[in-house]
Design a protein around this ligand. Structure first.
Ligand code: 5GP
Ligand code: ZN
Length: 121
């Protein structure tokens, strides 16, 4: 793991969810990731998949290919669930200010339930 991957910083909302100090219903969980509904959904189904470990962004993942694979595998599993994404789904990871990343704890957006345009805004 990279030196920039650290323990939960005070004030990281996703660390609070990951550690259970803030309780939300989980859509998915395994030993490395959890998933829960986005508080401000941009599609009928909008789930965030996050690592339990605090990593600021995709740019801060150095060598943990297994974790990255797990995040995508979680998205695939959610997408296979009955009723979650009958018409398909989109997975988005915003990294850094130009991409609009607003929470500095790595997360993948799982979006489904409506047709989506391309390119994204
Ligand atoms: P970003 O803009 O960083 O790619 O995505 C951050 C996402 O986190 C946004 O879609 C926002 O709605 C969501 N979010 C921010 N704070 C909370 C929270 O406290 N709970 C949940 N469930 N989602 C949050
Ligand atoms: Zn965090």
């Amino acid at each position: 793991v990279s030196a920039r991957e650290s323990e939960a910083p005070a004030g990281c909302i996703f660390c609070r969810i990951a550690t259970g100090s803030m309780t939300v219903p989980l859509v998915y969980e395994d030993d490395r990731c959890i998933a829960f509904a986005d508080v401000n959904p941009q599609a009928p189904v909008h789930v965030l998949i996050i690592p339990r470990q605090h990593i600021e962004s995709l740019a801060d993942v150095s060598a943990d290919e297994a974790l990255l694979g797990r995040i995508l595998a979680a998205a695939a599993e959610i997408g296979r669930r009955a009723g979650m994404a009958p018409g398909g789904f989109r997975v988005v990871i915003n990294s850094g200010p130009d991409a609009g990343q607003s929470v500095a704890h790595l997360h993948a957006h799982f979006l489904a339930g409506r047709p989506m345009s391309w390119p994204p805004g």
